[in-house]
Design a protein around this ligand. Structure first.
Ligand SMILES: Nc1ncnc2c1ncn2[C@@H]1O[C@H](COP(=O)(O)OP(=O)(O)OP(=O)(O)O)[C@@H](O)[C@H]1O
Ligand SMILES: [Mg+2]
Length: 157
């Protein structure tokens, strides 16, 4: 299967927050975003902005580096924010309840490579990269032909 992609330039943190809020409007229960990219590329920043944009009273959204998952009630239903950097085995994802959450919530997953074969097929990858500009990021949306990828691609083409 050929997988196409779209690149988006995010010139500063405000641009990333606006992008996150727009992606947030497209998500519903059962949608899974795989937030890829090296340390410090903006995965947590993106997730935080997305979650807060869907909250009537925006809460603190700490990075789930140590807790692995944090859950939030939002206007679009429950959102699970996971950072799987410290996941030692994909079976732990089940213990965390993540495999059920893939169906029952919106999931934003940092370091999704740790999931291995437990990665949902319909999940869409957003890959973050730094650029020469300190406050700019480049994000690549992978079009895996899922309904969600379709919606996201249409919104940003
Ligand atoms: N355009 C931008 N978009 C997002 N973050 C940016 C941007 N410009 C600068 N930054 C800064 O980059 C940092 C990104 O940190 P963040 O915690 O989101 O990284 P991360 O990808 O989640 O890393 P980790 O893999 O350690 O979890 C923040 O300090 C943020 O303010
Ligand atoms: Mg992070």
């Amino acid at each position: 299967m050929t997988v196409a992609s779209t690149h988006i330039q995010l010139t500063n943190t405000n641009a990333t927050a606006a992008f996150a809020a727009k992606v947030g409007t497209l998500l519903s229960k059962g949608d899974v975003l795989l937030l890829q990219g090296d340390i410090g590329t903006g995965k947590s920043f993106f997730a935080r902005a997305l979650i807060q944009s869907l909250q009537k009273f925006p809460e603190d959204v700490p990075s789930p580096t140590f807790t692995l998952v944090q859950t939030y009630d939002t206007l679009s239903g429950e959102i699970w924010h996971a950072d799987l950097y410290r996941l030692s085995d994909p079976s732990e994802a089940d213990e965390l309840g993540l495999l059920d959450a893939f169906y029952s919530a919106i999931c934003l997953i940092e370091w999704p490579d740790r999931l291995g074969s437990a990665t949902p097929k319909s999940a869409v990858s957003l890959s973050f990269e730094t650029t020469e500009e300190e406050d700019a990021r480049r994000v690549t949306i992978e079009d895996n032909k899922s309904d969600l990828a379709d919606k996201i691609m249409k919104a940003f083409l």
